[in-house]
Design a protein around this ligand. Sequence first.
Ligand code: GLN
Length: 452
Amino acid sequence: AHLDRIAEVDDAVHAFLHVDAEGALAAARAADEARAAGESRSPLAGVPIAVKDIVATKGLPTTAGSRILQGWIPPYDATITTRLRAAGLPILGKTNMDEFAMGSSTEHSAYGPTHNPWDLDRIPGGSGGGSSAAVAAFEAPLAIGTDTGGSIRQPAAVTGTVGTKPTYGGVSRYGLIALASSLDQAGPCTRSVLDAALLHEIIGGHDEMDSTSIDAPVPGVVEAARRGDVSGLRIGVVDEISGEGFQSGVRARFEESLKLLEARGAEIVHVACPSFVKGLAAYYLILPSEASSNLAKFDAMRYGLRVGPQGVDSPSAEQVMAATRDAGFGEEVKRRIILGTYALSAGYYDAYYGQAQKVRTLIARDFAAAFEQADVLVTPTAPTTAFKLGEKLEDPMAMYLNDVATIPANLAGVPGMSIPNGLAEDGLPSGFQILAPATRDDRLYEVGAALE
Ligand code: GLN
């Protein structure tokens, strides 16, 4: 049914870069047989899933939305992929994304943008717009995203779906194409909070292949999603990123959600996180710094594309590398490589990268102080509903400003979730963000389920 739905709507939505009908059907049959034999190992066995194209899938193209990886077929599975396969989830295909996960609209994909199923002239969010759009358009019941600065939560908000960024280290990064290694986390994109919890449980947990993996079991996310009990819970509103500059309809839905939580027995408090607004500036130095280093491996030798420089008879390795990177990387990726290389250069390291790391510490302190007064923190997920395709494409700063509410969680490594909380005044979905202390991902599900 999902393959039929993809055939029907994906020309218009363009959520997928690659569909593996044969593989998905074979895996679905295997899951059916296992169930018939009483061997099903997971509540999601047989439920198909779409996977963001930044996750390595053995035998299936993996491009990270970039020209430079066109045609690359990984010889191995990411840990997430291994766990999905072991739990019997058929992989429908790979979803579209901003190149190397840099962006908030999926317009930076080398393979053309994804369209928001609510209004095809609008963006589906980014960088994981393909995963969220696939779920919103009923092309897939579940999807995997990655979130370095909001790329699971913001697409969830603008497509009316659920998205979780787990605690840093909660889900293995082994086999994810790295954007910024100290910020990257993979997580679930779904239509319900319980679906997200069930998927979180499958992909999460310790992995010795990732040195930053937390050596502890996944907190009781499924139980929390089933309970949805917020009585006595202290919910902290982060005023610095909840009001000014946010669309009126988004604010109205946010206020309504707070009232609902209060009606269900939660206590609403207001917390001060003065450093959060500086997160954006720090993030857009730290991320390019880490990305410029991570992307150095695309050297025309090891993976994907190789382009010879024009008019050179016997080019040097360096010339081939330069020509390949010039042809293979898009504008946004080049912009960030230049920014990151500059920020890391000997003369400027302390002034930019060093300062940004200090702001990162301040943000972690704000979180620590706020979690003394509240069990979870809440904000709107994104300042606006889905904007028009093309609207911010030529203005990187306007695009970056979208991430103001999602970035603090990545900088501090704490978990976050976006759940749909109704339609704004323009008839488009708005999102409610929940943030919890590190390793307390269960609280996201407790609160999310209470609002569903
Ligand atoms: N909008 C953020 C960026 O462009 C999102 C990145 C992400 O989470 N992958 O960096």
